[in-house]
Design a protein around this ligand. Sequence first.
Ligand SMILES: O=C(O)[C@H](O)CO
Length: 348
Amino acid sequence: MLHMTSRLIQRTFRLRSTVTQVVMEKPCILATTLGAPGGIYKCFAPCIEKHFTIIPYERFVQRKEDFADKIQAVFVWGAGALKVDQNLLQSLPNLKAVVNGGVGVDHLDIPLINSFGVNVSNTPQVVDNATADIGVSLMLASARKIVEGHIFSKFRDSDDFPESSLGTDVTGATLGIIGMGRIGYKIAKRTQGFEMKILYHNRNRRPESEESAVGATYCANMKMLLQRSDFVMVVVNLSPQTHKLIGAKEFAMMKPNSTFINISRGLVVDQDALVDALKKKMIRAAALDVTYPEPLPRDHPLLALPNVIVLPHVGTHTVETSQIMVERMVTNALAAVTGGQLPDEVKA
Ligand SMILES: O=C(O)[C@H](O)CO
């Protein structure tokens, strides 16, 4: 009997150590809530767990000494998530990569990260379609008062349409795109279905945008684009050059019936100037996927204005795009932990 018990204990121990070994065999990654806010990427954890053991940030903070030297990659989703600062970098001696979900890396100090011998990657291209779709959706929703219409249907006091429910035409209107990168180009192509005239402003001229499939007209001077556009859409990366690129001066140049759409980063716009422009009816409306901060405090003046749509930065939030984004992050992290070149490395 004693013999049997001892064999059982031995077996259990062997089994336990095998399980522990399997868990520890996988390299560890550090992740916040698997996507802030709200941990929406949690449902994609199985895709990551095929290759890595996920250490949630909250667990890491409680037991740093257990995990610090095991973590080889940090997964970051956007600016609201984990702060990769000097303190964190110093506490992870075996870190090889900071893997960002999404294309914008303005929230990461790449020179600082690189100075620790750590590479940075993002997920370019895979986000382009979803982000272009949200830009076009915001333009249509604002122009045709989709949100107001829904609110009216749900909460109306009377069945009379208010005068303010009248929208503005998209078909045949002029769209000014500030930032003609891959996403800007996709937006321009999509709007051909609406027979829109496209103006674009970009650091460099993009001849492919001017070809017949898109037919965009280059405005070397942003002033010309602002003065002529019915819809102005900002699609630039956030950088020191684009910080508060659109402010009081730019809003003053826009048409009173124009709509301002931002799908890039909140800090590209002087938000106080935007509130002022909307209140003074210098522009018709604004539709924003990005703000500063995110999410906006509920008592922010932008949310009190009737002619504003604010989304909580959901440009890439589709099941399909998020899945591909996570797979791409895993590919980059695997390259990093096996000593390979990161396919989507972002250089400083
Ligand atoms: O940068 C991006 O790709 C999106 O804004 C998600 O953060």
